[in-house]
Design a protein around this ligand. Structure first.
Ligand code: HEM
Length: 225
């Protein structure tokens, strides 16, 4: 059997789909962490009249091949992540088409039960976010490559900031359960390490959410102008 046929055969199984969810999730997790660190440059003082985040944005856009490759990888990861999530949800529903009359969660956590609605909310957030800060279609004062101004003007509208903060809270829940699931799907989890792994997942999720939420809060408080 050819290796591509083997990959297709593995993907056809629930374990294969979980592995795809885990690997694409790891790629997306790496992106949100690096993106959050890049965003925090909004707090750096300008150098020679140039905001650090504007210089960063320009450096990314100048290197078109790198930007295009990163965008293609991200798009592929998002596509595979959503596709596997939908397929796993369908498999779960087909296994039990009629819901239990009474169900009490025993082993599932609040974060794990939220995956199937925090995921779609994040998908809506990402579409809005791209129209807001990347293409500018949802930003009345958008200026190409004026990242600092775009962010400050964007978050000066209180309900936009509130929406970002709510989306980041969703991201926190999604990342917490997602990172924990990756450990399980990839077979890293072991009862002895469970508390440490859960703590690590919580810490990662909290760092990304708090780092991102600090930006709209700082703009609304007038700390970043
Ligand atoms: C408060 C939090 C965030 C801020 C301030 C922020 C800021 C920005 C800005 C300014 C850009 C445009 C950069 C440029 O064109 O030079 C951007 C692009 C982007 N952001 Fe965010 N972001 C935040 C959170 C997120 C989150 C949580 C995600 C994913 C879940 C995300 C995904 C993206 C993507 C996919 C792009 C497009 C990258 C590309 O150009 O290919 N962002 N963000």
């Amino acid at each position: 059997m050819s290796s591509s046929a083997r990959v297709a055969q593995l993907y056809a199984t629930p374990v294969g789909k979980k592995a795809v969810m885990a690997v694409s999730g790891l790629v997306l997790f790496g992106f949100v962490l690096v993106h959050m660190l890049g965003n925090l440059q909004i707090f750096l003082p300008p150098k020679d009249g140039v905001h650090a985040i504007d210089a960063y944005g320009q450096a990314l856009h100048v290197n078109q091949p790198v930007l295009l490759t990163a965008r293609l990888i991200l798009l592929l990861a998002v596509g595979l992540h959503i596709l596997s999530a939908v397929k796993l949800a369908l498999l779960r529903n087909n296994a039990r088409p009629v819901a239990y009359a009474h169900s009490t969660a025993i082993a599932s956590t609040y974060a794990s039960r939220t995956m199937y609605w925090s995921g779609p909310i994040l998908a809506v957030f990402i579409v809005y976010h791209l129209l807001h800060f990347t293409t500018g279609h949802a930003h009345p004062e958008f200026q190409f490559l004026r990242v600092h101004d775009n962010v400050v003007r964007g978050f000066s509208v209180w309900y936009v900031s509130v929406f970002y903060i709510v989306a980041m809270a969703m991201l926190c829940l999604h990342l917490y359960h997602g990172v924990w699931s990756v450990f399980q799907s990839l077979g890293v989890a072991h009862p002895r390490y469970t508390p440490v792994l859960k703590l690590a997942a919580k810490a990662f999720a909290a760092v990304v959410a708090v780092g991102n939420i600090s930006i709209p809060l700082a703009v609304m408080a007038g700390v970043v102008k």
